[in-house]
Design a protein around this ligand. Structure first.
Ligand SMILES: Nc1ncnc2c1ncn2[C@@H]1O[C@H](COP(=O)(O)OP(=O)(O)O)[C@@H](O)[C@H]1O
Ligand SMILES: [Mg+2]
Length: 447
């Protein structure tokens, strides 16, 4: 029997609030953790699975989903749903997860229509970067579809939307990839080799995420891969449906959705590289055929060529030090070696943008002040110590959940693309009069 709204379970620890959905294998509920007064989500195998003679086998798989999720969110990756607990209630195993307020990408587009390109790319990039980490752990999600991408907004903070990936059911082998019992079916988003051969490879996730981006920008499901393969149906290029779509995003979608796995970018990072960094948000576009040369503009005659050279060569530490140097030069504070609140306020917008765009361009949108700004907004957009700590955790500047003394020293920063998003530039923050001042730099409205 399904649980009813208002029902208390697990020694009154949770109160079921409402049924959220059910696929072929599981039912998902919104619930309240009564002691913590925290909203959570509880996922449990459905009735037909419970009555199946193979129930113990499903439970093993379900546990695997829990373990996969626990492993994937161990870095507290904010774009993967957090797992809180795994418990048994009257023979039913339950997974307790973070509740993501908002709507799935599927529902959002159904209710509001296609997303603007920049916004869609922002969400998909967040999921893609999370998947780069997941793949590094040897796990493939295999069900990166719009219903499994939750969009979380803070109404009070403009541009604060963030995407969170849920449902590691197929990764954990609980639901076979051919679960077509869902109302929309995931066929439109899956490559044929997943359903046909049960293929597990990064190129499956590349196909799925590219198809999800197709849906986000066009509002339409792409032609399913089976019909493309066996019925010679054509995939309509997204740009044909949305003529204003940039060439870069159109190409990224088409290459990611190449019918045969060997024709797709082979890793998630390779696919993300096809998307131009934070397009539309920074006014900086990249097109493979006509790479836009950045104009290294400065209002105060500072030369950014050396910074560009170091970033281009991937010399992240030297580039970070050069960033500190040029910023002190811009503000004529070389002697002091740090920026005051006043100098941050008056930092010329042109120079701030040039530095930011250089970092964005050569890190493919992974580093830069505007990346840090986005994360700051996602953390609530305040300049206070609590936000500071949350940010420190997000960008990897302090040891998780620890106190002030555990902020990383500059020499322990991670000067590589493996570092968390927004980790660099960091030198200036370290050189400044406390981190809070640093955040007042990234909070500038012209970033
Ligand atoms: N953590 C969550 N926060 C909010 N809603 C969720 C969460 N997890 C699932 N949901 C909602 O429940 C639906 C089904 O959950 P999901 O884990 O995807 O199960 P299924 O295996 O049935 O696809 C999702 O599409 C989403 O709308
Ligand atoms: Mg799902």
């Amino acid at each position: 029997m399904n649980w009813q709204d208002g029902q208390l379970i697990y020694n009154d620890k949770y109160k079921i609030e409402k049924y959220l959905g059910g696929g072929g294998f599981a039912v998902t509920y919104q619930a309240m953790h009564t002691k913590l007064n925290r909203r959570v989500v509880i996922k449990t195998p459905n009735i037909s699975v419970q009555q199946d003679p193979n129930y113990p086998k499903y439970i093993e798989r379900f546990k695997r989903e829990a373990q996969m999720l626990a492993m994937c969110c161990a870095d507290s990756h904010s774009h993967i749903v957090q797992i809180f607990d795994f418990f048994e209630e009257e023979g039913r195993y339950c997974l307790e997860m973070q509740y993501i307020a908002g709507e799935s990408l599927w529902n959002y587009v159904q209710n509001h229509g296609a997303l603007p390109e920049a916004e869609a790319v922002k969400y998909i990039r967040q999921i893609g970067l999370a998947l780069v980490d997941v793949h590094n752990k040897g796990i493939f999600h295999l069900d990166v579809t719009p219903p499994n991408i939750m969009l979380n907004f803070d109404q009070r903070v403009p541009n604060s939307g963030k995407a969170v990936l849920i449902d590691f059911g197929i990764a954990g082998d609980i639901s076979p990839p051919s679960t077509f019992s869902r109302p929309f079916g995931n066929k439109a988003f899956a490559p044929y080799e997943l359903t046909y051969k049960g293929s597990r490879h990064s190129t499956v996730d590349v196909y799925c995420i590219a198809a999800s981006l197709y849906y986000a920008v066009t509002g339409k499901c792409p032609t399913n891969s089976f019909n493309r393969k066996y019925e010679q149906e054509e995939l309509i290029p997204p740009q044909q449906l949305v003529p204003s779509l940039s060439d870069a995003v159109n190409q990224a979608i088409l290459q990611g959705m190449a019918l045969e796995a060997q024709d797709r970018p082979q890793t998630m990072q390779d696919w993300l590289n096809l998307l131009s960094p934070l397009q539309g948000e920074t006014g900086f576009t990249r097109n493979e055929n006509h790479p836009t040369k950045l104009i290294l503009a400065s209002d105060v005659g500072v030369d950014y060529q050396n910074l560009e050279k170091l970033l281009k060569a991937g010399q992240w530490k030297a580039a970070d030090e050069e960033t500190t140097r040029v910023m002190l030069k811009v503000t004529k504070r070389e002697e002091q070696g740090w920026l005051s609140s006043e100098s941050i306020k008056n930092f010329p917008c042109t120079d701030l943008r040039t530095i930011d765009q250089l970092w964005l361009k050569y890190s493919n949108g992974h580093f830069g002040f505007s990346v840090q700004k986005r994360i700051w907004l996602e953390c609530g957009g305040k300049v206070d110590y609590e936000t500071d700590c949350r940010l420190g955790d997000r960008v990897g500047w302090r040891k998780q959940g620890s106190w002030l003394s555990n902020w990383l020293s500059y020499k322990n920063m991670n000067f590589s693309l493996e570092a968390p998003e927004g980790h660099l530039p960091a030198g200036l923050m370290a050189a400044m009069d406390g981190l809070l001042v640093g955040w007042s730099l990234v909070s500038r409205s012209d970033l």
